[in-house]
Design a protein around this ligand. Structure first.
Ligand code: ADP
Ligand code: MG
Ligand code: ZN
Length: 473
């Protein structure tokens, strides 16, 4: 029998916030000692009330935008009730009915080609604490309770372990590079839902869920083991498959049943009466969109198609700020390849001389695109544009103002250029004579005099041609 693997993922990611989701205790990176970052609210003391951390909404929505989701403008919290010693309130605040993001999509490229993985939803929730066991006792550490998480739920669209691991790697690099999460050990955890079906079958098979996996390598091994178990069960009736939650044992490389799959009803979900619905209005959403980091790997392909080299792409994308600058300059109508050269050659050169790095570039996209467009349309020559860049980078000058103040943009009609050329010829008789006697190089002196007079305006190529015509004719 030929089988097809069907996998759906629920991925929990700890958000990189300064404080917890519903209280002012320090976030995921703060604690040094167990129970360092706890307060009556996140320890579940009676009568304490949650207060929503705005940053969590912004990071969750940003993650959603990066995964091509729709952002729900009306989003609410629910209580998911269960008892466990690492959950002091005996309920987790999460989102059931109105999650913040829905209907996303991520492209995943493996040896099998590129496939779309649909994102069902992303919701915000709080993490639980940690239990620490010794041989004689168990301890509870509440540092992690109420650390903000997003849970990213995919449709059952994966067809191989390779796709799963590629997808997770993509999420990780996206979130780390954009500062959404540090995704360090244990900060990104997956529940892996697996079923198999006969190739060509429409119906899904019985699924099992392997809980709480964090190493990519273990995820791959667990999927392979579990898929084989399902196939054996179907083909050789080795056991009866039931929908259940399982755990993967790293040492034996096997999965073991933990409990029957709980259903929604088991958790007695109900809307959290202590938290108001959150409404994301147009203005807020626009602000979140404006601050959204560039999705690096997708950009890389776009840039490659526009003729930017691999090496340049690596440099551009190594700094988010620079990737974003390029993106904005291109959005303002500049050619991507040209804009990349302006950033990596001209700006980077000026920065280097000033002892600065590419990441120190703080020029506005509007200003850079203004310069590039003037040069592209021959209204300003490269030398003048470069002077403006130097002034901006070294002294923080306003580029538009600098160009105007220095008269770089003086309206130059043909008759004005003619007059400038005439004047340069008249005042450089020796150079003219040399040129006429066959010294090609002498043209440069006269040309230089023209450019000086034009103060950087005018297209050098046009002026040089006109000058040569005049002297030869
Ligand atoms: P539940 O509410 O039981 O958690 P969901 O519909 O939210 O179920 O699905 C949980 C995860 O299981 C999702 O990632 C989904 O893609 C995945 N999933 C659902 N059905 C299957 C299946 N037959 N095989 C593999 N994964 C599945
Ligand atoms: Mg679920
Ligand atoms: Zn707290």
């Amino acid at each position: 029998m030929n089988f097809e693997l069907v996998i759906g993922l629920e991925t929990h990611v700890e958000l990189n916030t300064e404080s917890k989701i519903f209280c002012s205790c320090g976030g995921h990176s703060s604690p040094k000692e167990p129970n360092d970052c706890v307060c009556p609210a996140c320890c579940g003391m009676p009568g304490m009330l949650p207060v929503m951390n705005k940053r969590v909404v912004e990071l969750a929505a940003t993650a959603g935008l990066m995964l091509n989701c729709e952002i729900n403008r009306y989003t609410t919290f629910d209580k998911k009730n269960y008892y466990y010693p690492d959950l002091p309130c005996a309920y987790q605040i999460t989102q059931l009915n109105h999650p913040i993001c829905v209907n996303g999509c991520v492209k995943v490229k493996t040896s099998n080609g590129e496939r779309d993985i649909r994102i069902k939803q992303i919701h915000m929730e709080e993490d639980a604490g940690k239990l620490v066991h010794s041989s004689s006792s168990s301890f509870v550490d509440f540092n992690r309770t109420s650390v903000p998480l997003i849970e990213i739920v995919t449709q059952p669209d994966f067809r191989s372990a390779e796709e799963v691991v590629t997808y997770l790697g993509k999420l990780k690099s996206m979130f780390v590079s954009s500062g959404i999460s540090e995704c360090e050990e244990g900060a990104m955890r997956c529940d892996v839902n697996i079923s198999v079906r006969e190739e060509g079958a429409e119906e899904f098979g019985v699924r099992t869920e392997i809980k709480n996996m964090s190493s990519f390598e273990a995820i791959e091994r667990a999927i392979k083991y579990e898929a084989q178990r399902h196939m054996d069960a179907i083909e050789f009736s080795t056991e009866e498959l039931v929908q259940e939650t399982r755990r993967f044992d790293d040492v034996s490389g096997k999965t073991f049943a933990m409990r029957n799959k709980e259903t929604e009803a088991d958790y007695r979900y109900f809307p959290d009466p202590n938290l108001m619905p959150i409404v994301i209005d147009d203005e807020w959403l626009e602000q979140i969109k404006a601050n959204k980091p560039v999705a690096l790997d997708e950009k890389a392909e776009e840039y490659l198609a526009q003729g930017i080299s691999d090496k340049e792409i690596a440099m551009l994308l190594s700094e988010h700020k620079i990737a974003k600058l390029l993106d904005e300059v291109v959005a303002l109508g500049c050619n991507a390849k040209d804009a990349a050269a302006w950033i990596l050659t001209d700006c980077a050169g000026i920065l280097r001389k000033a002892g600065l790095k590419l990441k120190d570039l703080s020029i506005k996209a509007e200003s850079l695109s203004y310069l590039i467009k003037l040069v592209e349309s021959s209204k300003l020559n490269r030398g003048a544009a470069k002077k403006a860049l130097i002034a901006a980078i070294e002294n923080g000058a306003d580029i538009e103002k600098f160009v105007e103040d220095n008269g770089f943009l003086k309206e130059i009609d043909d008759s004005f250029i003619e007059a400038v050329i005439e004047k340069a010829i008249e005042s450089n008789p020796q150079a003219v004579a040399d040129y006429k006697a066959g010294k090609e190089k002498a043209l440069m002196a006269i040309f230089g005099a023209c450019m000086k007079e034009l103060k950087g305006s005018g297209d050098p190529a046009v002026i040089r041609t006109k000058l040569a015509e005049k002297l030869n004719g």
